[in-house]
Write a protein that binds this ligand. Structure first.
Ligand SMILES: *Cc1c(COP(=O)(O)O)cnc(C)c1O
Length: 472
């Protein structure tokens, strides 16, 4: 596969360069494959659908062809995914796709574990370590730290905004030893991301350290997230008649979003043939993308702290990839877009629990509320010309092509991505439904480990000196 650059289409490179480089430091652009090959009809039409690992293998093959032999790829995938993505029904036209069954209980395990194994594969003949710098608003750091922990030849430095992530998330980041460490930065997530981005464009630093990224800008994190979209959409398609009495479902993926890596992966799955009709881009108060879809103006802004803190991103880096793959007009036809404030998040957790018995986390809750509003009249009002004020929580005023599937055909099925286990946000869930979710063993263990995080000012020169003194 040939990879190009979102800012310079004349760039042509291979998978290894795209993965190890993270982004193109010459242009500041992001790597993207030149094509997204469709899977064979015979594969897509299997009923029952292939399992997640077989889907992962088929989907990954074209992107690594000529660089990772099939047998190695198969091993890599089996090692990355010893846990499932689970789809379960919520009500007659909604499903939840649980993406929290990995070691750190968030969907980022899917991307991070694939990326770690790919990087380790590409680093197998090097004698200098590859230094991964990663900015996190919560779950990225722990997924990356966990995925890379004790992988030979790789070294990880995590930056997180001090005081802006939950105590449990902080424990998950700050308790690693050996080749993984965490810096707690006096700033926001955007500040952390800026420090990392500046490091990548710093030639002096790059001449002494081999650097790579691990946030959702890395293509090797984005591609594997497309696997579960394919799996879930085939799963729902194959069961829509049996479970929903819907013959020809219009499957809508509802994606709680921050940096928009997850949603971009959904777009990749659709291009590769997943039976997905459309998407709901659901955000918290950080509504840069909903505002872009509503007004046509893209205005990155500082992030605001919310209950769905892994989505507190004011300058989503994958806007660049989305706008390289689709025009704004395409996006308005394909996406509904929705945003929700903190009081809406609490009432959504409550509402979901009351109506379905399902305990949803604050991120999934943004998606659940978006989908229930859409199917309970918000889309119909929009079609009748009653446009909602996009500066208030709710649906942006564009009418997607699939609006009619919701309003009159009634064959739309929403699949809400549940991106984290609710126990990671126990006190917020408790505020909504009066009790805390049961904590899985793998989270409970982390709470007992010692915090080893290192304090860091929001200052590039200090960050750079620290890197040069402490990494080799
Ligand atoms: C990272 C994260 C998100 C947002 O995903 P993006 O790919 O950044 O849009 C949503 N929910 C949870 C729990 C996350 O950790």
């Amino acid at each position: 596969m040939i990879y190009t650059d979102t800012r310079d289409k004349s760039v042509k490179t291979d998978f290894k360069t795209a993965v190890v480089g993270g982004m193109n430091e010459k242009t500041g652009g992001l790597y993207i494959p030149v094509e997204f090959p469709k899977l064979d009809k015979s594969f897509l039409n299997k009923n029952p659908e292939p399992n997640l690992r077989d889907i992962a293998f088929e989907m990954a093959k074209p992107y690594v062809e000529g660089e990772i032999p099939e047998n190695d790829l198969k091993k890599l995938i089996n090692d990355a995914y010893p846990f499932p993505a689970k789809v379960s029904g919520l009500d007659p036209n909604s499903y939840v796709l649980e993406l929290f069954h990995g070691p750190t209980c968030a969907f980022k395990d899917f991307g991070a574990r694939f990326m770690a194994r790919v990087m380790s594969y590409f680093n197998r003949n090097e004698d200098k370590p590859l230094h991964i710098l990663v900015a996190t608003s919560g779950d990225t750091g722990s997924a990356v730290g966990s995925a890379f922990h004790n992988v030979p030849g790789l070294d990880v430095t995590i930056l997180y905004p001090e005081g802006k992530i939950s105590p449990l998330q902080e424990k998950q980041l700050s308790t690693f030893d050996g080749n993984v460490r965490a810096l707690r930065v006096k700033g926001t997530f955007d500040d952390c991301q800026k420090l990392v981005k500046t490091a990548f464009t710093d030639n002096e630093l790059r001449s002494s350290l081999r650097l790579s990224s691990a946030n959702s800008i890395n293509i090797s994190r984005l591609l594997p997230q497309s696997f579960y979209y394919m799996y879930a959409s085939l799963y729902v398609k194959n069961r829509a008649w049996q479970y929903n009495r819907i013959e020809d479902p219009s499957i809508i993926m509802v994606v709680p979003s921050g940096n928009f890596g997850n949603l971009t992966s959904g777009l990749i799955a659709k291009k590769m043939g997943a039976p997905i009709t459309g998407f709901v881009a659901a955000t918290n108060t950080n509504r840069t993308i909903p505002d872009w879809i509503a007004t046509g103006d893209y205005n990155a802004r500082p992030s605001v702290a919310t209950y769905a803190n892994a989505m507190d991103v004011g300058a989503p880096s994958n806007y660049e990839r989305i706008s390289a793959m689709y025009t704004l007009d395409d996006v308005r036809h394909l996406f509904a877009s929705y945003w929700l404030d903190d009081s809406g998040i609490i009432s959504s957790i409550k509402d979901c629990y009351a109506k379905t018995g399902y305990t949803i986390d604050p991120h999934g809750a943004v998606g659940w509320k978006a989908w229930s509003d859409i199917k309970n009249g918000a889309m119909a009002e929009l079609a009748q010309g009653k446009k909602h004020d996009y500066t208030k929580p709710g649906l942006t005023p564009n009418l997607p092509d699939w609006a009619d599937d919701v309003i009159s055909k009634k064959n739309a099925i929403g699949v809400v991505l549940e991106t984290a286990h609710p126990a990671k946000f126990g006190s917020i869930v408790e505020k909504a439904i009066g009790s805390k979710p049961i904590i899985p063993d793998r989270l409970e263990k982390v709470m007992r480990l010692e915090d080893k995080s290192i304090p860091m000012e929001n200052d590039y020169n200090q960050f750079k000196s620290w890197l040069l003194e402490n990494l080799r």
